[in-house]
Design a protein around this ligand. Structure first.
Ligand SMILES: Cc1ncc(COP(=O)(O)O)c(C=O)c1O
Length: 363
């Protein structure tokens, strides 16, 4: 049987180089070699975007993307602050759930999940309410594949001088992120999506000056960014890190650098997505979003399940051919299917995928 090719939005199909890194020697996280490894990996993360290289630091956590988002929200929104969540999908709603669980004061500007974030409502709110200290949103809302208008939201944060906390879990390494221009205080991300690492390590890229300016207000012991940052500056970690996953992340980051960094990755995703979109268009399959062609990320596209083939049939028949696609969440279950193009996908993989789609979806 051919190898499994993951077209879900992470974890991704690993390259041999990244997979092999998992078998490097066992290492205690309290030894100097681990400190060197962690310093190297953090530096590589900080250098992915030119705008983060000065002024921002990466803090690594053993946990999935949600742990990075929760550490960011829990550590950086002070108990005395007021957050504004700008949401249009599962992951925006999740940030609001975190604030509620942490007992913080917040409001939500929610849009329909099929629409972009509501910039006019955000501007009206920021212009009239000086008590809002932090704006929170999701860069790539994986629920629908929409790349939100984050540059415009960031410009509003800059204009009204409010700290911006971004969930970049499904975009970091594959889409542009402007740290200073968007007034970013932090971005949360993970190893196993656009960075092409193994699940188990996530990270928050935080404005350095924040750590110096105030004490930790974290509502969690484990997810306290101050605690991690304090030790990680010298390579250490307050808790056990997933050592082998860090080896794999180092390799994934080195591989990404050698292939041309985030810009080359973005271009490659765009090329792959264009191929999948053209094939599905030919087969009469529509985007799920009305403005899907323009609004979808390079990373993932959501399509409408066609009337003549049920989602489960499409999923199972593609799986027989070695491809794993992703269902719609919540209200879109059975009506939407999603195809992500991250990870190690060759020309042969893409050709086989398109051939499989043609066979299964033919009328
Ligand atoms: C935008 C976004 N945020 C957060 C998460 C949560 O990440 P994890 O499932 O790794 O906890 C995801 C997962 O797909 C995501 O796409």
């Amino acid at each position: 049987m051919s190898r499994t090719r993951l077209l879900n939005p992470g974890p991704v199909t690993l390259t041999g180089r990244v997979r092999n890194a998992l078998t490097r020697e066992d290492l205690c996280h309290r030894e100097r070699e681990f400190a060197e490894l962690q310093l190297d990996v953090r530096g590589r993360i900080e250098r992915i975007y030119e705008g983060a290289a000065d002024g921002y630091v990466a803090v690594m956590l053993t946990g999935s993307g949600t742990s990075a988002v929760e550490a960011m929200v829990g550590s950086l929104v002070p108990k005395t602050g007021r957050a504004l969540v700008v949401a249009n999908g599962v992951y925006g709603d999740r940030m609001a759930q975190m604030l509620a669980a942490q007992g913080k004061t917040f409001d939500v500007i929610a849009s329909d999940w099929l629409a972009d974030i509501d910039l006019a409502a955000v501007e009206a709110r920021l212009a009239s309410d000086a008590t809002i200290t932090h704006v929170l949103s999701v860069h790539h809302e994986t629920t629908t594949g929409r790349l939100n208008s984050i540059a415009a939201l960031g410009a509003l944060c800059k204009k009204y001088d409010r700290a911006f906390l971004l969930d970049g879990v499904s975009s970091f390494g594959g889409e542009d992120i402007r740290f200073a221009e968007w007034n970013l205080e932090a971005v949360a991300a993970t190893a196993n999506k656009c960075v092409h690492g193994v699940p188990g390590i996530s990270f928050v890229v935080v404005k350095k000056s924040v750590f110096a300016a105030r004490a930790s207000g974290a509502t969690s012991v484990y997810l306290d960014l101050w605690r991690h940052w304090k030790e990680q500056q010298n390579g250490w970690s307050p808790f056990t890190q997933s050592v082998h996953v860090v080896y794999a992340l180092q390799e994934a980051l080195a591989e990404m650098e050698s292939l041309g960094g985030w810009r080359a990755r973005h271009a490659e995703y765009a090329r792959r997505a264009a191929l999948v979109r053209a094939t599905l268009k030919e087969l009469g399959v529509s985007y799920f979003l009305a403005d899907g062609e323009r609004a979808s990320s390079s990373i993932l596209t959501a399509f409408a399940v066609p009337a003549h083939v049920a989602y489960d049939t499409l999923h199972d028949r593609l799986k027989e051919r070695g491809f794993v696609i992703y269902a719609g969440q919540g209200p879109y279950l059975g009506r939407m299917f999603r195809i992500a193009v991250m990870g190690d996908l060759t020309e042969t993989d893409l050709a086989e995928l398109c051939a499989g789609l043609r066979e299964i979806l033919a009328h």
